[in-house]
Design a protein around this ligand. Structure first.
Ligand SMILES: *[C@@H]1O[C@H](CO)[C@@H](O)[C@H](O)[C@H]1NC(C)=O
Ligand SMILES: *[C@@H]1O[C@H](CO)[C@@H](O)[C@H](O)[C@H]1NC(C)=O
Ligand SMILES: *[C@@H]1O[C@H](CO)[C@@H](O)[C@H](O)[C@H]1NC(C)=O
Length: 458
């Protein structure tokens, strides 16, 4: 599933390669696009900051399709290769006039199903089915989306089955990873991802994307607990608990059948920058931060920029801590006509339609995934159960807190002065009872010219 904000600034790209001593495996980089600070095109006020004009972070990788070099979002939350080539013509291996529309958490793409040679690192898929989009929305400044989940969730395969029959669909319509593993049968059926954390003001950082083996620094992931994927359409794992300051949060019963009581199902989705959780879980996290204030109008939390809490997610008995930098993000805009900075909740209210989006109770996107090295394993054969193995990259909260203090202070020193949450949301709510915020029109006056902030950031 894809949900990223569109980049305004044409963010710098990193060009970092990881050399990997794994025979047969191919590793290439995951580039970060965007930076951790959002710019508000106008006032910072309750209810209005949803309209940020700068982006969150999205993670891209380079591929070659039919001779074209492309930059695509790496998306473990969707299945198909979906592209908007803007009139460029790849060399096709086959084509159809079967038209489909792919909808994502944000945006959709319409076009025909075509086929072309796909190169991913050292690997070549001879004839990869893809959506050759002619109309698209919200792909940002990328060429499209590389879906990294399962055939079962593939719109392309479903439509090929309808038009050409099941057998032809199975032969022609594999999504990229199943296509590669069907063609290269000796290759271990897995890919690994480690998403980098940039400095908040920059967009360059090393990341890992490797197919068919583990990064040399994370060989130990092979002995981590195997967490089965319990939904056919997503990398969906049973989560033991979410802890805030060591205390487990009580979720409602999972909507996935067979999940033990007290546990819920989390989809691991690299295409989702800001992880959506059930609203009470978001409230539990942010109400634990002293000075945080809920903005009922915007359904979001303002957080003191230098404050944090201890959040962790437990899978297979392993506790994964979330770096404080992944809990809130600075936004810059105006309040009372003055340039100001405030900080918002990174973990957000889940608002996806439960009928359209199935197979999970919550989504752990990039703000969680930056804290793990994750190996996504399809299993030995096409009938095996897929699973994920994870090791932490945020092992020590004391160190993480120190990094947060240093890094956040450095960021804030480059931005306008901060305001306390209570100055934005008229009444601070720290003990769970919500009050709506009220704004006089006089509070909101002048929009800061955007370019001045961009100059500040670059
Ligand atoms: C990916 O492609 C972009 C655009 O062609 C290029 O600037 C960048 O260096 C490439 N990144 C890598 C890691 O090759
Ligand atoms: C090419 O696509 C058509 C459908 O448009 C399909 O019937 C045919 O089998 C495909 N040919 C090959 C060689 O894959
Ligand atoms: C549990 O479900 C009820 C009813 O739908 C809802 O109001 C409440 O917010 C949910 N609680 C959690 C923790 O998701």
């Amino acid at each position: 599933m894809l949900s990223v904000f569109t980049s305004l600034a044409g963010a710098l790209l990193s060009c970092l390669f990881y050399s990997v001593a794994v025979r047969g495996a191919s590793s290439f980089s995951v580039d970060v696009r965007g930076h951790g600070v959002r710019l508000v095109d106008g006032p910072i006020a309750g209810g209005s900051v949803g309209v940020t004009t700068s982006d969150g972070l999205s993670y891209t990788t380079n591929i070659t399709l039919g001779g074209l070099n492309l930059t695509v979002i790496l998306d473990t939350g969707s299945s198909d290769l979906v592209l908007d080539l803007q009139g460029r013509q790849p060399i096709l291996t086959n084509s159809t006039d079967i038209q489909i529309t792919q909808a994502f958490g944000k945006g959709e793409v319409t076009g025909d199903i075509d086929f072309a040679e796909l190169k991913l690192g050292d690997f070549t898929i001879d004839s990869q089915a893809f959506l050759n989009g002619v109309e698209s929305a919200d792909l940002g400044d990328t060429d499209g989306i590389l879906g990294m989940s399962f055939n079962t969730d593939s719109t392309i395969q479903g439509q090929l089955a309808e038009s050409l029959g099941e057998q032809a669909a199975n032969k022609l319509g594999n999504t990229p990873m199943p296509a590669l593993f069907a063609q290269d049968t000796d290759l271990p059926h897995l890919f690994d991802v480690q998403l980098a954390r940039t400095s908040e003001l920059e967009s360059t950082a090393p990341g890992v994307f490797i197919i068919g083996g583990h990064d040399t620094n994370f060989q130990n992931v092979s002995s981590a607990p195997q967490l089965p994927s319990v939904a056919p359409n997503h990398w969906s794992l049973v989560m033991d608990s979410m802890k805030v300051n060591g205390k487990a949060f009580t979720f409602n019963a999972s909507r996935i059948a067979g999940v033990p009581s007290g546990k819920v199902v989390a989809a691991l989705d690299t295409g989702f920058s800001l992880p959506p959780l059930p609203a009470p879980a978001v409230d539990a996290i942010y109400s634990s931060i002293p000075g945080a204030a809920f903005d009922a109008e915007g359904q979001q939390w303002f957080v003191p920029c230098d404050a944090s809490t201890t959040l962790s997610f437990v899978f297979g008995g392993q506790e994964f801590f979330v770096h404080p930098l992944d809990l809130s993000y600075p936004i810059a805009g105006t309040i009372n006509g003055a340039k100001r900075t405030a900080c918002l909740n990174t973990y957000q209210y889940l608002t996806l339609d439960p009928d359209d989006f199935t197979g999970f109770d919550l989504i752990l996107g990039d703000a969680f995934l930056r804290n793990v090295y994750a190996s996504f394993n399809y299993g030995e054969s096409s009938s095996s159960q897929a699973f994920v193995q994870m090791v932490t990259t945020t092992p020590d909260m004391t160190t993480a807190l120190q990094e947060f203090k240093t890094e956040r202070a450095a960021t804030l020193s480059q931005l306008p002065p901060t305001v306390e949450p209570s100055a934005i949301v008229n009444r601070s709510v720290t003990n769970g009872s919500r009050k709506s915020s009220v704004f006089g029109a006089s509070v909101i006056t002048l929009a800061i010219p955007l370019f001045s902030l961009l100059c500040l950031l670059y």
